[in-house]
Design a protein around this ligand. Structure first.
Ligand code: SAH
Ligand code: DHB
Ligand code: MG
Length: 222
């Protein structure tokens, strides 16, 4: 089993199931031109997130880690016309690329890109006490995922969904002594999710064009 095979399967399945999309292709091209790292979700993963939100009937979504807004477009497209995405990004340059990509996607009105350390933005959202989110996608600095999970618990409604990306890290998550601080963060996150009575969660390992990783899904019981 090789990365090459995983990539070939993604290419086949995406060829059959996911239509060519000029807006998404442009978003990736503009991100690459601006020097952003090529770490956005794959088309299959973006569609997976889109389907989860639609199954869930989400209207308000919080994303932690925008990059160039590629995943944000998939999230935004899952929402009804009055839906809203708030997406948090540390890097002002990345946020600018994302805003332009979202504008081209016709999502400028529905998506708010908030610049700054996510921990600060999350605290501000909590203090503002606005309407709760239906779902949160955590995909920023992996070592802070436990912190983002706890903040998300305060910001999602009862029955809300929390999804964390990159929770397997090529298997490093199974090693308590991993040198990968992101993997250690994901261990702590799963420990917290497992200990939280209100949460029902699972980790699904994935392979594909981005290698071996996974998603953790956590439903906050109503
Ligand atoms: N969700 C994107 C990928 C996000 S990559 C997609 O799939 O298309 C992770 C992003 O988190 C990067 O853009 C990085 O700048 C951002 N990030 C890292 N540390 C952060 C922090 N402390 N606060 C907010 N964003 C952060
Ligand atoms: C990294 C970040 C991601 O969100 C991802 O999906 C893959 C890698 C990273 O920071 O290396
Ligand atoms: Mg990711």
């Amino acid at each position: 089993m090789s990365e090459e095979l995983w990539r070939a399967v993604d290419e086949f399945a995406e060829g059959e199931l996911i239509e060519e999309d000029a807006v998404l292709a442009q978003a990736l091209a503009a991100s690459a031109r601006a020097g952003l790292p090529p770490i956005a979700v794959t088309p299959s993963q973006g569609r997976f997130l889109n389907l989860l939100l639609r199954i869930h009937g989400a209207r308000r979504v919080l994303e932690i880690g925008t990059l160039g807004g590629y995943s944000t477009i998939w999230l935004g497209r899952a929402l009804p016309p009055d839906g809203r995405v708030v997406t948090l990004e540390l890097d002002p340059g990345y946020a600018e690329v994302a805003r332009e990509n979202l504008r081209r996607a016709g999502l400028a009105e529905q998506v708010e890109v908030v610049v700054g350390p996510a921990a600060d933005s999350l605290e501000r959202l909590r203090a503002q006490g606005g309407e709760r989110f239906d779902a949160v996608f955590i995909d920023a600095d992996k070592q802070r995922t436990p912190e983002y999970f706890l903040a998300s618990m305060e910001l999602v409604r009862p029955g809300g969904l929390i999804v964390a990306d990159n929770s397997v890290r090529a298997g490093a998550v199974a090693d308590p002594e991993s040198a990968d601080s992101g993997a250690r963060g994901m261990r702590r996150f799963m420990e917290l999710a497992g200990a939280e009575e209100r949460v029902t969660a699972t980790t699904i390992q994935t392979v594909g064009a981005k290698g071996y990783d996974g998603f953790t899904l956590a439903l906050v019981e109503p």
